[in-house]
Design a protein around this ligand. Structure first.
Ligand code: FE2
Length: 167
């Protein structure tokens, strides 16, 4: 099966996982598209592009189970709960074990910015920020601060600047 077909299957699984929650569905679609675009702009190899896109689709999979189990969902709970659900979904879709491990690692660390150990991780974080700035109505100074501290790829910076700084 082509990468694009696997990615769309995963996207549909994630839409169903978040059924009756259009906000979360729109979130994952937007984060995926930014990740896809940044990956293409950064000329990732096919496999890294695939990992980035899959991680973007499933990155927030821990939110719903956290809410159901604990009645709340913060970054730590999402990182704690997410990987097991991501693994289950990826195994169902016959992903290779090393890919499952990397995607689950990214799900389990996507609120941790201290040790970003790969371009896939970096692009996931930047894509999530690009969407969250807008969805959470983040103020200009906080966006500027995150832009300076978190964003590393030229493509992510270009997109952030276009969205929020107008240049
Ligand atoms: Fe997110």
């Amino acid at each position: 099966m082509k990468h694009s077909e696997i990615i769309e299957k995963l996207e549909r699984e994630m839409i169903f996982f978040n059924r009756k929650d259009p906000m979360r569905i729109h979130h994952l679609i937007k984060v995926h598209r930014f990740a896809q675009l940044i990956g293409h702009m950064e000329n990732l190899d096919n496999h890294t592009q695939f990992l980035v896109e899959c991680a973007a689709l499933v990155h927030d999979i821990g939110i719903r189970p956290s809410e159901e189990k604990y009645g709340k969902s913060n970054g730590k709970l999402q990182e704690q709960e997410g990987p097991a659900y991501a693994r289950k979904m990826l195994e169902k879709l016959d992903f290779d074990e090393p890919d499952i491990e990397r995607i689950c690692y990214l799900v389990g660390h996507h609120h941790t910015y201290s040790n970003i150990d790969g371009i896939d991780y970096q692009i996931l974080i930047e894509s999530d920020f690009l969407v969250n700035f807008y969805e959470d109505s983040i103020e200009y100074d906080a966006i500027k601060n995150a832009y300076q501290k978190i964003f590393k790829t030229e493509s992510g910076k270009t997109l952030c600047s276009a969205c929020y700084f107008g240049n």
